[in-house]
Design a protein around this ligand. Structure first.
Ligand code: NAP
Length: 311
């Protein structure tokens, strides 16, 4: 029987692992399909306390993992399929490789995944000129025009990063005002390589004879005009959906958008022994530091729960 299984390896998961590891609970971490979480797809993180020069997202995650492993955390690269609380109070965790674990507590820290527009050919174009990760794919598009979709911090950060490679970056946004924080928005809009395309929706990804993206058809919501932009890659940065599909049937309460519902004070879900932390339970803040902080809370809550079980 495990003491604690942590599902997810982003900031929340690794912080929970550091704390439960230091509490001698020997946590088992199940990685999910994107080890390291969202920070592995970002560039420089400038607002994580303790790094006045900034830190690269993947480096920060690597350091968190090393810190957790130093305190006895164990990682398995596996994807959780279901969690079920048993009558005796233990929790069964099943993975898609066929493994089954029993544990006293679970910390759900599975984060959120990038959203797409839902256009018919979208899925088939991923990797063929359509991506959600500038850090991963930006360098493939040197000296050619590209576009970023969205108006948030991610869109501004990706657009600014892509100016290192692309000849031009269209920043396509459905409104005439960015949602991003002022510092990120100002930085993007001041960059001469970034051309904002306001009030615009992508209606279609245009594909060349090889099946790669070569343009987008856009609809201007103010003028009602339809036009075409020639480009080689579209970076979709329109937000995220919480990764909670595996919770179907678990009894864990979710809100209408699929985020895990907490009790409002702690990291407790409605199911005893199951806790949650990070973006999967946070639709408001969604920062690396808030995820880390909530991972700490979940670890302490799990520790107290186990102590109570032991009487
Ligand atoms: P976000 O803030 O939710 O922004 C999503 C953007 O995509 C919005 O501009 C939204 O338009 C647009 N959008 C959503 N659905 C769309 C659709 N179907 N079609 C077209 N456009 C659509 O998401 P985010 O930029 O990924 O940021 C998420 C959180 O992470 C935020 O709290 C952000 O501050 C944080 N973050 C921080 C950093 C950093 O500090 N380094 C970097 C990245 C992200 P509307 O504006 O019209 O709603």
């Amino acid at each position: 029987m495990e003491n604690v299984i942590i599902i997810g390896t982003g900031c929340a998961g690794w912080t929970a692992a550091i704390y439960t590891g230091r509490a001698n609970l020997s946590p088992l971490i199940l990685s999910g399909d994107q080890p390291g979480g969202q920070l592995t797809t970002t560039t420089e993180v400038e607002n994580f306390p303790g790094f006045p020069e900034g830190v690269m997202g993947p480096d920060l995650m690597m350091k968190m993992q090393q810190q957790a492993e130093k305190f006895g955390a164990r990682i398995e690269y596996d994807l959780v399929e279901s969690i079920t609380r048993q009558e005796n109070g233990s929790i069964q965790v099943r993975t898609n490789s066929g493994s089954e674990y029993l544990t006293r507590t679970v910390i759900i820290a599975t984060g959120a995944s990038p959203r797409h527009l839902g256009l018919p050919n979208e899925k088939s174009l991923i990797g063929r000129g359509l991506t959600s990760c500038a850090t991963c794919d930006g360098a493939f598009y040197r000296n050619v025009p590209v576009a970023v979709l969205g108006g948030g911090d991610s869109a501004c950060e990706e657009a600014t990063f892509l100016t290192r490679f692309a000849s031009k970056v269209y920043l396509i946004h459905r409104r005439d005002e960015l949602r991003a924080s002022k510092i990120m928005a100002d930085r993007a809009l001041a960059n001469p390589k970034i051309e904002p395309v306001w009030n615009s929706e992508v209606q279609e990804y245009i594909v060349d004879a090889e099946g790669d993206v070569c343009g987008v058809r856009i609809f201007n919501r103010v003028s009602n005009e339809v036009s075409t932009l020639d480009l080689k890659c579209v970076f979709v940065a329109i937000g995220h959906d919480p990764n909670t599909g595996f919770l179907t049937g678990s009894g864990v309460a979710l809100d209408s958008d699929g985020y895990v519902l907490l009790d409002g004070v702690s990291s407790r879900t409605n199911v005893p022994g199951i806790f949650s932390a990070g973006d999967v339970a946070d639709r408001s803040y969604r920062q690396a530091i808030t995820a880390a902080g909530s991972g700490c809370k979940a670890a302490i809550d799990a520790e107290h729960y186990i102590a109570d079980l032991e009487g």
